[in-house]
Design a protein around this ligand. Structure first.
Ligand SMILES: Cc1cc2nc3c(=O)[nH]c(=O)nc-3n(C[C@H](O)[C@H](O)[C@H](O)COP(=O)(O)OP(=O)(O)OC[C@H]3O[C@@H](n4cnc5c(N)ncnc54)[C@H](O)[C@@H]3O)c2cc1C
Length: 556
């Protein structure tokens, strides 16, 4: 079960690498006095095991005064006192790493039986539970909170995102309306920062006013016209099996630099590692000019929150958090799911199981995967990501919802967290949050386990924000860094047309959801597509099984 590639990728083995830790420790903060004044909080990955030294904390922490963090669950989002480690809501990977490392568990016989068990309560698992709400289902989510990579947090009543930001998908919008969510349109064209200067409405004329040389502006323009003119769908197979960098070559290095940040922001890869289909298609949605884009203060985590509240009201006994699945195995006509909850290992049986966790975990917990399917799952890559929320006591920037920055900036993009409710608010003396996206290369996965590494990036973010918006630093009170090791699968060449179709093949009565089964881009809407597909597959299979069951009912 344990293989060397995984150990390297997951970063846990490397997390104990003292040389990495040493080199991180050796780096002094650029501006120690400012580090004292700005409070940094780190969450995600192994937060419980990697506190920020209390000496780095300054000011009176909120929890010290007993102020709760509204909207966050008991285990997440708490701002710790200066004397204790400061941490945000976190992913807990300890048990999954034990599975990855080949630990053998003794699984008991099934004690309960369900029609359907769903593994993973991220968007895809939640949406599957919603679609299958009339069945006798059980959803198992390893984290204290449902929502996976789409979770919102709060600071001083300001919602902010720790991952997914916005959408423009019609079926997802319809579903949000169905569960009673108001829809907020973004109505803003993305800005850009070029050579450290803000360029408003980059894709709606801003490009021509930017500091790019004329020849570069013409290259941008030509690229977009060429891609729009191309029949991308007719060339899907060919494009998906070549790299985007190849397609970008004739347009000069500035275009590649643009997509070397835009790609990691949106689909987990620089141009060289991106499917040319994904890159070419992005001209149809990537400019921020679509009128129908929607979000909420705090991003798409608000959908996860609304969905999980809805489901918990509807079927509280079926929605289990802090329940980590260790093994999924087809046994005769039933599927056995073994999991750990409240420190106890349990097994439940089901007629069908939906695996809605990512495949870097799925390939480890599902027994009996055919070689080709295991290898396809193994081929999927995942990009580590830091989301750095800059929390200020005054507004730093309120000029556009989304702002893109080309490589080599560590911030690839930032959002105004409360844009859809405060875009017209001229009051600047109010708490505000800028959500800064800081994806990291896969080779740095192990480093994000080190607080010093995250702190350095947090400081770089603050410095960048100060460069772009002079005076910003003095307004910043806290920097909340949310780290995740494998949150975004890489839309690499071949994933859409070759890898994903193999990954999502049902195995007996085990079905595969999660956004990484669909190819394309890691999105909330991709999670919905996976949920819709798997719901049809499960319904069809249960129909057949019900017919078979009238002939013989195999024992559990
Ligand atoms: C920084 C960032 C920005 C993004 N921005 C956008 C955006 O603007 N718009 C957009 O649409 N999308 C965006 N996304 C993508 C979006 O967040 C994902 O596509 C979405 O979360 C995928 O949902 P999922 O259910 O497929 O997977 P996940 O979110 O990965 O959820 C999987 C769930 O499975 C659980 N799990 C794993 N292993 C186990 C186990 N053994 N037992 C039980 N549970 C388990 C996990 O804890 C998790 O909750 C962004 C993602 C990131 C990281």
């Amino acid at each position: 079960m344990s293989d060397p590639k995984d150990r390297h990728d997951s970063g846990v083995a490397a997390g104990n690498d003292s040389s990495t830790a040493r080199s991180n420790r050796a780096v002094e903060p650029k501006n120690p006095s400012r580090r004292d004044a700005i409070r940094y909080l780190i969450g995600g990955a192994v937060a419980a095991a990697c506190p920020i030294p209390a000496s780095l904390l300054a000011g009176t922490p909120q929890s010290a005064t007993g102020t709760p963090q509204p909207g966050t669950s008991s285990s997440a989002g708490s701002v710790a006192a200066a004397t204790t480690p400061a941490k945000l809501g976190s992913e807990s990977n300890e048990i999954c790493h034990r599975v990855r490392d080949g630990e053998q568990f003794n699984f008991p016989a099934p004690a309960k039986e369900y029609e359907i068990i769903i593994v993973g309560g991220g968007p895809s698992g939640l949406l599957t539970s919603y679609k299958l709400r009339d069945t006798n289902f059980l959803l198992l989510e390893k984290e204290p909170r449902f929502g996976g990579n789409a979770i919102s947090e709060q600071w001083k009543d300001q919602w902010y995102s720790t991952g997914a930001a916005y959408q423009m998908d019609d079926p997802l919008e319809a579903l949000c309306r169905e569960i009673g969510m108001p829809i907020y349109r973004i109505r803003s064209v993305d800005a850009a920062i070029v050579n450290d200067k803000l360029v408003p409405e980059f894709w709606a004329g801003g490009l021509w006013k930017s500091s790019y040389p004329d020849a570069v502006k013409k290259n941008f323009d030509k690229f977009f016209k060429d891609m729009k003119a191309m029949d991308i769908e007719a060339n899907k197979e060919k494009l998906d099996n070549m790299s985007f960098a190849e397609l970008l070559k004739p347009y000069g290095p500035e275009l590649t630099a643009w997509f070397d940040n835009f790609g990691p922001n949106n689909w987990g890869a620089r141009a060289a590692d991106t499917s040319a289909y994904i890159g070419a298609d992005s001209v149809n949605w990537g400019g921020g000019v679509e009128p129908d884009r929607y979000t909420w203060p705090g991003g798409l985590g608000r959908i996860s929150l609304a969905l999980s509240e809805h489901m918990q009201k509807l079927a509280p006994e079926r929605m289990h958090n802090k329940a980590t699945v260790l093994q999924v195995e087809q046994k005769a006509s039933k599927v056995h799911v073994s999991y750990i909850e409240n420190g106890e290992i349990m097994t439940a049986a089901a007629k069908a199981v939906v695996v809605a966790c990512p495949k870097f975990i799925g390939k480890k917990i599902v027994k009996g995967l055919p070689k080709a399917q295991y290898e396809a799952m193994d081929e999927l890559r995942y990009q580590p990501y830091l989301v750095v929320n800059v929390c200020s006591n005054q507004v730093i920037y309120n000029g556009s919802y989304d702002t893109n920055i080309p490589a080599p900036s560590p911030i690839v993009d930032f959002n105004v967290a409360d844009w859809v409710i405060n875009r017209d608010n001229k009051e600047v003396n109010r708490p505000a949050v800028l959500t800064c996206y800081v994806p990291r290369p896969e080779r740095e996965r192990s480093k994000i386990l080190h607080d010093d590494y995250c702190m350095q990036l947090g400081e770089q973010v603050v410095e960048k924000v100060e460069t772009w918006f002079p005076g910003a630093k003095a307004k910043i009170e806290e920097v909340h860094i949310y780290r995740r090791g494998h949150p975004m699968y890489v839309s690499a060449p071949g994933v859409m047309t070759r890898v994903a179709p193999e990954v999502r093949k049902p195995l007996g009565n085990i079905f595969f959801a999660h956004s990484d089964t669909e190819g394309g881009i890691s999105e909330y809407s991709t999670g919905l597509r996976a949920a819709e597909r798997v719901t049809k597959e499960v319904t069809a299979a249960l129909g057949k099984q019900a017919a078979r069951a009238s002939v013989a009912v195999p024992a559990v």
